[in-house]
Ligand binder design. Structure first.
Ligand code: SME
Length: 175
């Protein structure tokens, strides 16, 4: 049984504890969907004021929804569209204080007010994006960004065997 209780008083400690918990959860496991599923659950349980936490995977140059917590979401997002597609196309973190002001924002849930999207990149290749949504404006600050980039790095490393999927993957091994 996994029983992570992460209740830190400050964000630096919160993300340090979260990173340690994620390291423990993915240790010895390379299956990308399994690790994304546990990461989504861990983040959802640990970070306050979220209404969606999860992943979109890079499937053949298109984002396809992956493991998440929250309300059912848009399934496919083209690179370049919305906040997630912009992160995928640019490989840059998107930290958006007011999604209503973001050109092309895709409103899967009208309750979303701010968003943080972190590309998960391994050897220069986009594997997925981590997407966090909040019903509060400007929910995510620079410490959240640094902390989530660290989580993305832990996941990227855990997906190492996912990289062999670049060459003619069997269908059941795609992430
Ligand atoms: N709002 C996102 C779409 C994904 S949902 O938030 C889960 C976007 O603009 O890319």
């Amino acid at each position: 049984m996994y029983d992570f209780k992460i209740e830190a008083v400050d964000k630096a400690t919160l993300y340090r504890d979260l990173a340690a918990a994620l390291e423990a959860l993915v240790a010895g496991e390379r299956d990308a969907v399994a690790n994304m599923a546990n990461a989504a659950a861990l983040i959802w349980e640990s970070l306050p004021d979220l209404n969606w936490a999860g992943f979109y995977r890079n499937i053949g140059g298109e984002l396809v929804v992956g493991p998440f917590q929250g309300r059912p979401a848009c399934i496919r997002i083209p690179f370049g569209s919305g906040v997630c597609g912009t992160a995928a196309a640019t490989l840059q973190v998107q930290r958006i204080d007011d999604v209503g002001a973001f050109p092309g924002h895709i409103a899967c849930d009208t309750a979303s007010a701010s968003e943080l999207v972190v590309p998960i990149v391994r050897h220069g290749e986009l594997i997925a994006v981590l997407d966090l949504d909040s019903p509060s404006r400007a929910r995510f600050d620079a410490e959240d960004e640094v902390g989530c980039v660290r989580l993305a790095e832990i996941l990227a490393r855990s997906f190492e065997t996912g990289l062999r999927l670049r060459s003619a993957p069997p269908q059941d091994e795609r992430i």
